[in-house]
Design a protein around this ligand. Structure first.
Ligand code: HEC
Ligand code: HEC
Ligand code: HEC
Ligand code: HEC
Ligand code: HEC
Ligand code: HEC
Length: 276
């Protein structure tokens, strides 16, 4: 039997193809043609299980080990972004952390959890788990994804999972600190009001919610490296740069729902873009 997730998939795909995608207005015709060219550079979504799943092979090849396969979808159900990207110091730029075996065996990075207590161990021993991370065949991981995604709210793109909804409805409860619960301090009142971003282009209004993001990460995930803290202070902040993986695209092209999902950021747009 086909999973309900698979069925929903099919319906939504059909629906999307027939959705009219416009943000018209004749005075923007030139911009529109240019932007249409840019939008076309959004890569196809690929299989849901693969979105946010990293192949790490900087050091493995030379060592004669299979590449390491790290799935964001399984880890983010257990931990907020904060735990790995702030507490444990993983970079949000792939390959940047430069993880070595010596480091993780000493309890850093993956080894902070893969210690035989929280999760299977990285250590040598009578039972070796090397091939759980150094993976040649991803079939088991794909199966694990199918079973897992079935239970979660659906979204059109990315993992095919609406992660915000999953958290709001309590379908997942990522923990916010490596050991125990760290309370999330209240946001300053000013930042509780969603900010209006957007340009003069029709229907480009974006509502950005600090609160929505603060649940998963600290201020330093975005300020000052990605965004200026002054409203409208971010330079060359446009779709082209987003799609190239800057600004919102740092996360929303790789781990959080991707740029194809126009409507989730631009509530006034009538549809989404389906790469051919
Ligand atoms: C269990 C740990 C863990 C959690 C939780 C986690 N990440 Fe990551 N993330 C990683 C690791 C490991 C890398 C790869 C780092 C490297 O290669 O140097 C990574 C890389 C990334 C990248 C770069 C990906 C690419 O393709 O270039 C982004 C963006 C990212 N994470 C965002 C997030 C966001 C957003 C969340 C929360 C929803 C999150 N991560 C939660 C461990 C984690
Ligand atoms: C914050 C804790 C934490 C960190 C950091 C972490 N993991 Fe995990 N990981 C877990 C837990 C918990 C499980 C599930 C328990 C188990 O399988 O023993 C898991 C499961 C896995 C699995 C099994 C398949 C899956 O995704 O469920 C793989 C593979 C894996 N981790 C790889 C990695 C790699 C590679 C790194 C470092 C780049 C890493 N993990 C960092 C906690 C962590
Ligand atoms: C929890 C996941 C995990 C487990 C379990 C694991 N590794 Fe790794 N291993 C990694 C990661 C992550 C890297 C770095 C990948 C990269 O960026 O190239 C790595 C890299 C390596 C490297 C090359 C890096 C270096 O510093 O030389 C060797 C060799 C290696 N692992 C051996 C092993 C052996 C042997 C085992 C089993 C006893 C094992 N690994 C178990 C995650 C894991
Ligand atoms: C996910 C990314 C992200 C996170 C996390 C984040 N911010 Fe922001 N912040 C933004 C963006 C985007 C803007 C608008 C920048 C612009 O308009 O150029 C902004 C603007 C601001 C502004 C200016 C608001 C105004 O109305 O003038 C302040 C102040 C601010 N952030 C503080 C914070 C604080 C404090 C935190 C942590 C509690 C935080 N931010 C976390 C993305 C983020
Ligand atoms: C993750 C959020 C996000 C998604 C998804 C997204 N956008 Fe944007 N978009 C933005 C932001 C942020 C801006 C710039 C806002 C600013 O300058 O203050 C923008 C700007 C725009 C503009 C104004 C002109 C320009 O080039 O900047 C247009 C038109 C636009 N987006 C179209 C789209 C279309 C079409 C899609 C779907 C294929 C899409 N956007 C998906 C966040 C998003
Ligand atoms: C550091 C990572 C990061 C950055 C940068 C970031 N986001 Fe997000 N955003 C997330 C994560 C994680 C979620 C949770 C949903 C998911 O993963 O799909 C989220 C959720 C959202 C949601 C909520 C969607 C819903 O349906 O409730 C919107 C809207 C959004 N982001 C817009 C933006 C815009 C616009 C920007 C740029 C101004 C931006 N984000 C920058 C990580 C990020």
């Amino acid at each position: 039997m086909k999973s309900s997730h698979g069925m929903k998939n099919l319906c939504i795909a059909v629906l999307l193809v027939t959705t009219v995608f416009l943000w018209g207005g004749d005075s923007y015709a030139a911009d529109r043609a240019e932007l249409a060219g840019i939008i076309k550079t959004i890569p196809p979504n690929g299989p849901y299980w693969k979105y946010g799943t990293l192949e790490m092979r900087r050091r493995t090849k030379k060592a004669g080990m299979a590449a390491v396969v790290f799935a964001h979808w399984s880890h983010r159900t257990r931990y907020t972004c904060r735990v790995c990207h702030e507490e444990l110091g993983f970079s949000m730029r792939s390959g940047d952390t430069g993880i070595s075996r010596a480091q993780y065996v000493a309890g850093k990075y993956c080894g902070a959890c893969h210690n035989g207590v929280t999760a299977f161990t990285v250590q040598e021993g009578t039972v070796r788990h090397c091939d759980k991370c150094h993976v040649k065949e991803t079939t088991a991981l794909e199966k694990q994804f199918e079973a897992f995604a079935k239970e979660l709210p659906f979204a059109n793109f990315g993992n095919g999972i609406d992660w915000s909804e999953a958290i709001k409805t309590g379908a997942i409860h990522p923990q916010n600190a490596l050991t125990g619960e760290k309370p999330i301090l209240p946001l300053p009142a000013k930042l509780k009001v969603p900010m209006k971003l957007g340009t003069a282009a029709p229907r480009s209004d974006v509502t950005f919610s600090h609160e929505e993001h603060y649940f998963e990460m600290d201020c330093s995930a975005c300020h000052p490296d990605i965004f200026n803290i002054k409203k409208k202070g971010t330079k060359a902040f446009n779709m082209e740069n987003n799609i190239y993986g800057n600004y919102c695209g740092v996360c929303h092209m790789r781990v959080a729902f991707p740029m194809t999902d126009c409507k989730r950021c631009h509530s006034q747009m009538s549809g989404n873009y389906v790469p051919q």
